[in-house]
Design a binder for this molecule. Structure first.
Ligand SMILES: C[S@@+](CC[C@H](N)C(=O)[O-])C[C@H]1O[C@@H](n2cnc3c(N)ncnc32)[C@H](O)[C@@H]1O
Length: 249
């Protein structure tokens, strides 16, 4: 079962406070810094297409893929002439086209749990890049996860139709570098006065710099930058999310 299918129904509500505009302008700054002539972008794990639609408004042409048909359905509602979306797995997707830039945002890399998954994720990025093209992705960062350790969290959000309460409790598999995030979600449909309960487990792989360096080398990339996502501070044990920028050699 794909956890993102149920997730998609409340994804945009749950992340309504996430600043996609600021994140996208940060990504555009990185593109301008490291590969200024970028026009065509492939997005691996585009979700509901929020970064894609802002990139498209900024004159980039963006093709997004995702494994959740429901997420893609929402992405397609935001579509414009500069966006296209397709069903695909970031580990195996192939299209006969090369892009200037591949992006993969909001921890899609961490959803690739095994070494083989990560290896295949890097292959997909490499296969679709022109030479000197750049690959930008963010992931949970091992030093921060292991020093801060995941905490139980609760979040409530609502709009005119829904009130959603999501409780998260996590367990760390220290041998496999995975955090199992168990979610209990209560969705209250205000219009029909109905409660719907869901449970989901998201397994998140935290990455270390040296394994990214090893994957980069194996897949013919240079790791040209890495830093705390968005703030661009030096990656440290304070940096839960770290962004890696690689250039295809
Ligand atoms: C946290 S969401 C991020 C979505 C989007 N990038 C954003 O920033 O809102 C993670 C996304 O990765 C997708 N995903 C996870 N593993 C995938 C895989 N192997 N192939 C394609 N999509 C995948 C999920 O379906 C989901 O849409």
């Amino acid at each position: 079962m794909n956890v993102f299918n149920d997730y998609s129904r409340y994804y945009d509500l749950l992340y309504q406070d996430k600043d996609y505009e600021a994140e996208t302008s940060y990504i555009i700054d990185l593109i301008n810094k490291y590969h200024k002539n970028t026009r065509d972008i492939l997005e691996l794990g585009c979700g509901t297409g929020k970064h894609a639609s802002i990139l498209a408004q900024n004159n980039f042409k963006i093709h997004g893929i995702d494994l959740s048909r429901q997420m893609l359905e929402i992405a397609n509602q935001k579509s414009n002439p500069n966006t296209s979306f397709a069903f695909g797995d970031v580990r195996s997707y192939r299209i006969n086209k090369k892009f200037d830039c591949v992006i993969s945002l909001f921890h899609v890399a961490s959803y690739q749990n095994t070494n083989e998954d990560l290896d295949n994720f890097f292959s997909t990025a490499n296969e679709h890049l022109k030479s000197n093209g750049i690959f930008i992705f963010d992931a949970w960062y091992g030093p921060a996860v292991l020093t801060q350790l995941p905490e139980s969290r609760s979040k409530t959000l609502e709009n005119n139709q829904l009130k959603i309460t999501r409780n998260a409790f996590s367990e760390v598999d220290f041998n496999e570098n995975i955090v199992k995030v168990n979610y209990e979600i209560d969705i209250f449909d205000k219009i029909n006065n109905l409660h719907h309960k869901l449970t989901e487990t998201h397994n998140m792989r935290y990455l270390f710099l040296n394994e990214v360096k090893m994957l980069a080398k194996k897949h013919h990339f240079d790791l040209i930058d890495y830093h705390q996502f968005l703030t661009q501070q030096h990656a440290s044990k304070e940096s839960w999310g770290v962004c890696f920028i690689l250039k295809k050699i």
